[in-house]
Design a protein around this ligand. Sequence first.
Ligand code: KG4
Ligand code: ZN
Length: 325
Amino acid sequence: MALYSTDAGGALLAHALHSQVCMHADFGGVVPELASRDHIRRLVPLLRQVLANSACSVTDLDAIAYTQGPGLAGALLVGAAFAEALATALGVPTVPVHHLEGHLLSPLLSSKPPRFPFVALLVSGGHSQLMRVTGVGEYELLGETLDDAAGEAFDKTAKLLGLGYPGGPALAALADTGRPGQVKLPRPMLQTPDLDFSFSGLKTAVLVKVRELATISDQQRADIARGFQDAIVEVLVSKSLRAVKVCGLQQLVVAGGVGANRELRRQLDAHALAARIAVFYPELEFCTDNGAMIALAGALRLQAGGAGKLPGAFAVRPRWPLTGA
Ligand code: KG4
Ligand code: ZN
């Protein structure tokens, strides 16, 4: 949850995050019912916390932004109901926000933000897309994954290697101890002329490698993790830079949980420098899901001339393409 002020060019006044990772870890993944019940418990304390941290009162709120979708219906409903109820009580408008728009605009929270237009690589647990971003609300889909998202591929491969939830960071840490070039995996769709991705075959290739080995040593497991990460990073870097060139632009924004991956950042920085492309990342804390990016997206929508919505009736959109937002 976050408070964002549009005064003086815009500033994040306070933000707080309650992670449910520990709660879900015992189950090896997100349990939707537990997630939404825990949302109910956390919202009021989080609101109190951000108000206290910013020395604001609830009556200082001019509008309330919340995630309308896409995502788990139960969790979305809790957030939407809370925001709409609070806005009704305060008599202020609401701004239902697309979750991916929050990720897409999150680098604007940093001290050195990109300028419109730019290309964005959105790599989260549920999405892998390349977007041309011309302005707030002006998004053109350039390419996307045909099957698994990059984060999903990290999570599933981590599971195959016996790592816990969440898999992405655990697999990345293991890959650090792996030897480069020891395990060679395919680079799916690297050479295709489009800007699409496909990651499900990579996970299957890892499964085949694991099955080939009767027993697997720690070093072999790390080498496989390294081979997987190198393959996925090479494809993401190549297609992202190609997208920037195709659009005739000079800026690339990387957003979503996989954007926290250090090897992806290293390789992107190196290749972008050679191609004279500037790469922008959100601060690490704003890479994975957070309230600050939703507050920012809501504020920018209002600033761009949106009046917000009358508080009260609402609907959530568990499935919602960004280009239709
Ligand atoms: O954007 P996000 O926090 O939530 C969604 O909207 O999905 O992304 C979560 C995804 C998960 O799949 C997680 O494993 C992955 O981002 N992730 C990473 C890293 N940190 C998070 N994947 C690779 N390397 C990381 N360091
Ligand atoms: Zn997300």
